[in-house]
Design a protein around this ligand. Structure first.
Ligand code: ZN
Length: 305
């Protein structure tokens, strides 16, 4: 019998949000109701993995979904499939996350980037529900983007790394060279929380609404929205993460995106001023956990290990 039709009320699904600073482990039932949630700091794999494995073992999960910081090798044909790759967190570089969980837990496990998971959750359950395509970008300590086309996460060569697209610096940016160690003036190097902090010497959350920092921030995020619209033609752009808790940014980003589009794209979404097009996550701060839950559910339905 197909597992999703068995109505297995006792089935427990594991959802891991694997982040650079913390690991958030959740247990949900088959309907997505949260049963348990535990967070531990991210240390080395030797310290962190046994703790996570013990937790999920105790919880007797039927499967596990993992949304992880990247970059990841997600090509099933690659010998490094399921490994974390060029992360600046050196302890985790080349770590075989997927294999280790599969071996230790002996349940089906699916792995994707944290932002692809969040994009999937927003497309199934959140702001892009009923649409076949969307972009989800989180703007916080880092910047990452997930892409849904045809209802599924795009992987392709690797997976999208929208946070590292190159941008044109603003003429009034006091730090136009940017801060990304790999690309300098990419989106993350110009507009992440740490980039704002380095540019102005003040943490982003403490900058007042009338500070020039926000004009620059809106300009850079508008360039990203413009690029996403021109490249992927998504039906919705969803902006989440800590920086986007500053809700006054949304109208600023929409306005600057319209300026950059220059009247080139005609669509009802553009005619409406992008008000229902560049939006906050429908799932609030739960896009990540619901993405990992969707991966766990799929892992269970597909079976195998
Ligand atoms: Zn970069």
């Amino acid at each position: 019998m197909h597992p999703s039709t068995t109505g297995n009320a006792s089935l427990r699904l594991g959802a891991l949000e694997a982040g650079g600073t913390k690991m958030v482990m959740s247990i949900l039932d088959q309907q997505g109701v949260m049963l348990e949630r535990v967070s531990i700091p991210t240390r080395t794999p030797q310290e962190t993995m046994p703790e996570m494995i013990a937790f999920f073992r105790d919880q007797q999960i039927g499967s596990l979904g993992v949304g992880c910081f990247g970059p990841l090798d997600l090509n099933p044909a690659s010998p490094a499939y399921g490994c974390i790759t060029a992360t600046p967190k050196l302890d985790w570089r080349n770590y075989p996350l997927l294999d280790e969980f599969r071996r230790a837990l002996n349940v089906p496990v699916l792995l994707d980037t944290d932002v692809n998971g969040a994009a999937l959750a927003e497309s199934r359950l959140g702001a892009a529900q009923g649409l076949g395509s969307c972009v989800y970008v989180t703007i916080g300590t880092g910047i990452g983007g997930g892409l849904i086309i045809g209802g599924e996460c795009v992987h392709g060569l690797m997976h999208p790394e929208m946070g590292h697209q190159l941008l044109t610096p603003h003429p009034e940016d006091p730090s136009p060279e940017g801060f990304c160690p790999y690309h300098r003036r990419c989106l993350e190097g110009l507009a992440s929380g740490p980039a704002i902090m380095k540019r102005w010497g003040i943490p982003a959350q403490e900058l007042p609404e009338d500070h020039p920092a926000w004009q620059l921030e809106a300009y850079y995020l508008a360039q990203m929205c413009h690029n996403a619209m021109m490249t992927f033609s998504p039906e919705k752009i969803i902006l989440g993460g800590g920086v986007m808790h500053k809700e006054f940014l949304f109208p600023m980003i929409r306005e600057k995106t319209l300026e950059l589009l220059g009247g080139y794209i005609s669509s009802p979404a553009v005619d409406a001023g992008l008000a229902d097009y560049i939006v906050s996550p429908g799932l609030g701060d739960n896009s990540g956990v619901m993405g990992a839950w969707l991966l766990a559910r799929r892992a269970y339905e597909e079976g195998g290990n």
